[in-house]
Design a binder for this molecule. Sequence first.
Ligand code: F6P
Length: 363
Amino acid sequence: MRDLRKRLGILTGGGDCPGLNAVIRAATKTAMSHGYEMIGFLDGYTGVVEGRYIRLDPAAISGLLHRGGTILGTNNRSNPFYFPIQENGETIYRDMSDLAIERLKEMNIEVLLVVGGDGTLAGARDFKAKGARVIGIPKTIDNDLAATDQTFGFDTAVRTATDALDKLHTTAESHHRVMVLELMGRYAGWIALYSGLAGGADVILIPEIPWNIESVLAKIEARRAEGKPFSIVVVAEGVKSPEGELVVQRRVEGSVERVRLGGIGQLVGKLIEEKSGIETRVTVLGHIQRGGSPSSYDRVLATRFGVAAAELAVRGVHGVMVCLRGSDISHVPLEEAVGKPRTIPRDHQLLAAARAIGISFGE
Ligand code: F6P
């Protein structure tokens, strides 16, 4: 028989990031205060398609604020419109969106809160187009969503990368080496730019600015001439090789964004060592950037997003994504929120500030 309790649902999709649990906690507390029950679907859209979920009662959300990851699990191959199914030992892909929407109706889920990056939110937009009631909540360490000034997860990732740079600094200085740090961010250089500034990098290579090795070497040489025989070079994973190619680590079938970047740091490090003769080491920070406890900034932003999304839902507003505009929480139609990556504009003030203090972008 159909369950007629007032309910909202929530899922976390795509790559995880610090602050997801804080969103789940805030949205659930807000929903409960309005007399709603919150259902948490497991492993992104997979939980909706397969009917796997938990009831988010007070005990389930207790002690969540500082916890990294997501208690609901996530999955970056969980696209209801291209859903992996095992048949005769093979993976085939089917459109399971109707089934998912039917399940939401059956369970009396008034609005589904979808916490995700561009791929997961594109799924929410497509659900909306089929008549489902959804609200997006933007997350990603990459900070690359156009409709919000910041995503939660980014601040924590920048802190982690800054901490790594502080550590690389001391060993670079002792050994008179060049230390290259490759950072995540996909096609945007936000993590590299912010942490490079905060961590005192000498060179920051980002996808938004074409670079050349001569310019990088000139900076390293200039430092050597000043009596500083060590340098710190930050490289965003989306930086292209000197031949203009993205460096791809792997492709993930079934993922909305199939390409996984990685390897440009090694390439840059090798070139620097070969051409400068300075011993060079490369560190790839990788998924450490996605892990751990969220910063206080991310806890607050995630909490504000969770509260805003649940409040909109109980007011009957849906089809939107909550966002940060300046210091205010607002919302935009989902169609405006996805498919437009937010990269660093060439006239961004931080680029000018970095240049003013002598940071090279390898231009
Ligand atoms: O979008 C977040 C992110 O961590 C990117 O910075 C990175 O390129 C990608 O996800 C890594 O994905 P995966 O977890 O599938 O390796």
